[in-house]
Design a protein around this ligand. Structure first.
Ligand code: AP5
Length: 229
């Protein structure tokens, strides 16, 4: 069966998680976020989870072994049968090659780049607050209904360890050096969709859906929900 695969590119804080989660509800495809899978692994207290915590806290890429472990286990779940979205993968040439090997001949592949300046990234990530349940907020752009508390589960929300300014700068530098150049390799492998990420969350989502519709993706649009990442 032909699958629809959407691959999100964009610097840290560009809104990949926010937009893919909103789109997931509309399209009925799961979001597979390697960052989120790694954060879940951390919570299990496993050796791999401890490794992930140390490396992610420094803003560096985790090992391929670790990524393979979380990603392939996730893909094996039945919900990605008709399609899925990738947030945070691929992040280097090796992962890009793995992605291509994963494809079936009739899969429909879309690479979506959300463009945001480094200045805006710093603004967004310094205001991001997350909950252990996976929900994500922003103190100004997307505040929870009750200050400091998650809308979904009521727990206290906090800053991500890798959202410290020095770590953000390292993640940004790595994005420009290693991840964005992959988009050049992507052309010819699928359709490229560019989105100006410096608009409101709602406008970006509307533009994204409208661009996808021109490719026949997501004709039946449902209601959006609170972001859960
Ligand atoms: P990961 O979790 O993937 O982090 P990232 O790519 O740096 O992206 P972010 O989650 O920080 O940002 P986002 O683009 O999803 O933005 P968001 O929607 O949250 O990876 C974390 C770490 O895991 C990596 O550094 C690495 O160590 C490891 N890792 C992950 N994948 C790996 C891989 N494949 N290989 C090796 N290691 C890997 O939005 C950010 C904030 O802005 C939020 O507060 C949001 O509310 C707000 N916001 C969003 N859109 C808007 C808007 N339009 N206007 C205003 N505010 C907005």
């Amino acid at each position: 069966m032909s699958r629809t695969i959407l691959v999100f590119f964009g610097p840290p804080g560009s809104g990949k998680g926010t937009q893919s989660d909103m789109l997931s509800e509309a399209l009925g495809f799961p979001v597979i976020s390697t960052g989120e899978l790694l954060r879940r692994e951390q919570k299990t207290g496993s050796v791999l989870g401890k490794q992930a915590k140390r490396i992610m806290g420094q803003g560096k890429l985790v090992s391929e072994t670790l990524i393979d472990h979380v990603l392939w286990a996730r893909l094996a779940k039945g919900d990605a049968r008709n399609g899925f979205m990738l947030d945070g993968y691929p992040r280097n040439e090796q992962q890009f090659k793995h992605l291509l090997r994963l494809l079936h001949g009739d899969d429909r592949l879309y690479f979506i780049e959300i463009e945001v300046s480094d200045k805006e990234v710093l603004r967004r990530l310094s205001g991001r607050r997350v909950c252990d349940c996976g929900a994500s907020y922003h103190t100004y752009y997307h505040p929870p209904k009750k200050a400091g508390r998650c809308d979904l589960c009521g727990s206290a929300i906090h800053r991500r360890a890798d959202d410290e300014p020095t770590v953000i700068k390292r993640r940004l530098a790595d994005y420009h050096a290693w991840v964005r150049p992959l988009l050049e390799k992507a052309s010819g492998r699928g359709s490229l969709i560019y989105i100006d990420g410096e608009q409101s969350i709602k406008s970006i989502q509307a533009q994204l859906r409208s661009k996808l519709k021109t490719y026949g993706v997501g004709k039946a649009v449902k209601k959006k929900s609170t972001k859960k990442k």
